[in-house]
Ligand binder design. Structure first.
Ligand code: TGC
Length: 397
């Protein structure tokens, strides 16, 4: 008996264009041929395989939903499918594509001057240059309005002081998009909440230090860092002219959260596939464990949530393509996808029994990664509160 291909059951293919299927297949090949053979070892070794970054660039995955400047200009659904296939291998690789494309490149694409776009985006699209996105600070990530990193006016330029934490790729990056509170007596760069501005900081600038965070039990095949800024001197043209206030970084978080809606379903699909394979190959009490009603009930519920999650992601993707996707809808998707993916990972682990805790199966790695995905880009609770506010009109923050 062989397990069926689960994505064939609802004929998702019929809902996709030829181009979308091509992106999906290209990402699936990359994940299967380049990531899967090495991921368990990389996870064990805490190793981010930087040499694959250029390959991901050549395949068009970096900033693929952006137009011009060497980017592919692909549809939102194509981008989502790529996120799903990469995260089916490992959340760390979907995270890399999110940080590079949805956060760092999107910031420059949305809010940068023409000169900034020309300088950074083509190299970031090919993977020659790596970017990071520095918003979260050591005291916590849920309330970026409380940030204490400051950019003080100094002549025509700026001096940056402060610290950021959990910043993906920072120690490998060539450029950091840094969100800081501007201290400028003239008020020309915004006041109050609107004095939060973005800066493009080449990571070679003196005073910039990125240190990988050690001791992670999740996302071990990717890199997250502490950053300190100690008197980092920047030219006047380091500021992103098009963003003032938190709507700037939130506009990019929307993009990354959208990618997670799809990506988490990739991790869930891998866990379900592992559970299915085990269900038809493992015999207990003289028959495959999948012949038991309790196992079938688990598999059916897991399958239901993968299919519903992918259909929800597709619906949100079509809304995004029409320019109609709202932040609250993205919260529905991020909350649902990650929560259900984690539940599926836990059920798969149970079906795999003792072997489920070993690295012979990808399930514990996905479960550990999903704990991180559940927390970044807005925790479950933040998304519940965004939805609570949308439902009641009352702000619980
Ligand atoms: P509030 O202060 O009222 O609003 C500030 C301004 O932002 C606007 N806004 C949005 N704009 C676009 N998209 C959204 N989703 C937006 N949400 C808010 C808002 O309209 C306002 O604009 P303006 O022009 O009036 O100033 O903030 P709020 O009350 O709306 O938000 C509160 C809350 C808790 C929802 C928000 O702070 C939040 O989402 N917190 C979670 C932050 C978060 O996701 N942090 C994750 C950081 S990045 C990360 O985890 C990983 S980076 C990847 C890596 O490096 O590995």
């Amino acid at each position: 008996v062989t397990a069926p291909r689960i994505d064939a059951v609802f004929d998702l293919d019929a809902l996709l264009s030829d181009e979308e299927r091509e992106w999906r297949d290209r990402a699936r090949r990359f994940a299967q041929e380049r990531i899967l053979p090495v991921i368990e070892q990389d996870f064990e070794d805490k190793h981010f395989r930087k040499e694959l970054v250029r390959e991901a660039g050549e395949l068009g995955f970096l900033g693929m939903h952006l137009a011009g400047y060497g980017c592919a200009g692909a549809s939102a659904v194509s981008y989502g499918l790529v996120c799903l296939e990469l995260e089916a291998a490992d959340s760390g690789w979907r995270t890399f594509v999110s940080v590079q494309g949805s956060l760092a490149m999107s910031s420059i694409h949305k809010y940068g001057s023409e000169e900034q776009k020309q300088r950074w985006l083509p190299g970031m699209a090919t993977g020659e240059l790596i970017g990071c996105f520095a918003l979260t600070e050591p005291q916590g990530g849920s309330d970026p309005a409380a940030m204490t990193t400051v950019a003080r006016r100094d002549g025509d330029g700026w001096v940056l002081d402060g610290a950021k934490r959990w910043i993906g790729l920072a120690s490998l990056a060539d450029v950091a998009v840094v969100w800081a509170r501007v201290e400028d007596p003239s008020g020309a760069y915004g006041q109050g909440a609107h004095a939060i501005r973005g800066f493009l900081v080449p990571t070679s600038t003196p005073g910039f230090t990125a240190t990988p965070i050690d001791g992670k039990l999740a996302m071990r095949a990717s890199v997250q860092c502490d950053i300190t800024f100690e008197g980092v001197r920047l030219d006047a043209d380091a500021i992103l002219p098009g963003a003032s206030g938190l709507s700037g970084p939130f506009g990019c978080l929307n993009e990354a959260r959208y990618g997670i809606v799809w990506g988490a379903m990739g991790a869930a699909r891998s866990c379900l596939e592992a559970a299915l394979e085990r269900s038809v190959t493992r015999e207990v009490f003289g028959k495959p464990i999948g012949a038991n009603q309790l196992i079938q009930a688990k598999l059916a519920d897991m399958f239901l949530e993968v299919e519903k999650g992918v259909l929800l992601a597709l619906h949100l993707g079509r809304l995004k393509e029409r320019g109609a996707l709202t932040p609250a809808q993205i919260s529905v998707g991020k909350l649902n996808s990650v929560r259900e993916a984690l539940q599926i990972a836990h059920e798969a682990r149970a079906i795999l029994a003792g072997d489920g805790i070993t690295d012979a199966w990808p399930v514990m790695r996905h479960a550990a990664n999903l704990e991180a995905v559940r927390t970044y880009e807005g925790t479950d609770e933040i998304h519940q509160l965004i939805l609570g506010r949308a439902l009641t009109g009352l702000n619980a923050f």
